[in-house]
Design a protein around this ligand. Structure first.
Ligand code: FPP
Length: 267
């Protein structure tokens, strides 16, 4: 198994064994998407300010990214800042931006060394200049990497994504280049910000809330859902392994019937 080390601590033999068991026991999801929720409540439950939760949440981001890369997951999409998050108190928004800049500054070289490619989806033009510069630098540095693709959803919402796709398609129609009856599922997928990547196989949400919160609305149509009560700062690689184990037990039919049942029907 490839040695990757985003963290300063060396991967333990026990962790290597756990990953090997997981790889041998079933399919590793090609694309995992995560709604990282509960940073604020985690911090408050410890008598701390919300920003402390976001800070420790970055440690979870690092650990989960590293574990995904080691397991051979191809795409990891993290809901790091939603369109709605702009409505939070300005001190928290500013704190999150600063955290993003400092985390990128600290981690970009590590991502690169580990062959991880960083990309973003969302309305990046709403971000402050220093954030955009730091992101652009990390994106450029890692653009030719061929391992895990880490996608940060920033100022992102599923409705925004679909609206932008509809606008682009409507322009093709308006310019007479497309007949409306030719619009289909694939065309809509091809105009979303995630056009280049497959839909998520597994969507994980922390903090026990049973909702999608305007994340990848179109793309999650057939994703397997895994919800844990743990707050994001407590969600680390062992919890990821549990989520993948649960995924491996799912029977994904994509609205069809299982092969065995199909044979029974056609007999
Ligand atoms: C949700 O917890 C989390 C966020 C809105 C931000 C997630 C950001 C990070 C983990 C840090 C920065 C990320 C990167 C990629 C460097 P919440 O604040 O909604 O918690 P609550 O539901 O308990 O209020």
């Amino acid at each position: 198994m490839k040695e990757l080390s985003l963290t300063k601590t060396k991967q333990t033999d026990l962790d290597k064994k756990r990953q090997k068991t997981l790889i041998e026991s079933g399919v590793i999801p090609e694309h995992i998407a995560i709604i990282m929720d509960g940073n604020g409540r985690w911090a408050q439950s410890k008598g701390n300010i919300r920003l402390f939760g976001h800070k420790v949440g970055v440690d979870s981001v690092r650990d989960i990214t590293e574990a995904c890369a080691q397991l051979g997951v191809q795409y990891l999409t993290l809901y790091a800042f939603s369109t709605e998050n702009w409505g939070r108190p300005s001190a928290e928004v500013r704190g999150l931006m600063r955290l993003l800049v400092s985390s990128l500054r600290k981690e970009a070289d590590n991502l690169h060394r580990n062959n991880i490619r960083l990309v973003t989806i969302g309305q990046m033009d709403r971000f402050p200049d220093d954030c955009i510069e730091e992101l652009d630098e990390a994106i450029r540095l890692t653009e030719n990497n061929t391992g895990l693709q880490l996608c940060l959803a920033l100022s992102y919402s599923g409705r925004w994504d679909i609206t932008e796709a509809v606008k682009k398609i409507a322009t093709h129609v308006q310019e007479g280049r497309l007949a409306p009856n030719l619009i289909n599922d694939q065309m809509i997928s091809d105009h979303l910000s995630t056009a280049e990547i497959p839909d998520p196989d597994l969507i994980i949400r922390t903090s026990g809330e049973y909702r999608i919160s305007n994340f990848l609305l179109w793309q999650l149509a057939y994703s397997e859902l895994y919800i844990t009560k743990l707050y994001w700062p407590d969600f680390r690689r062992n919890e990821l392994y549990e989520a993948i184990q649960s995924f491996q037990k799912r029977d994904r039919r994509f609205g069809k019937v299982r092969k065995k049942n199909k044979d029974e029907i056609t007999q």
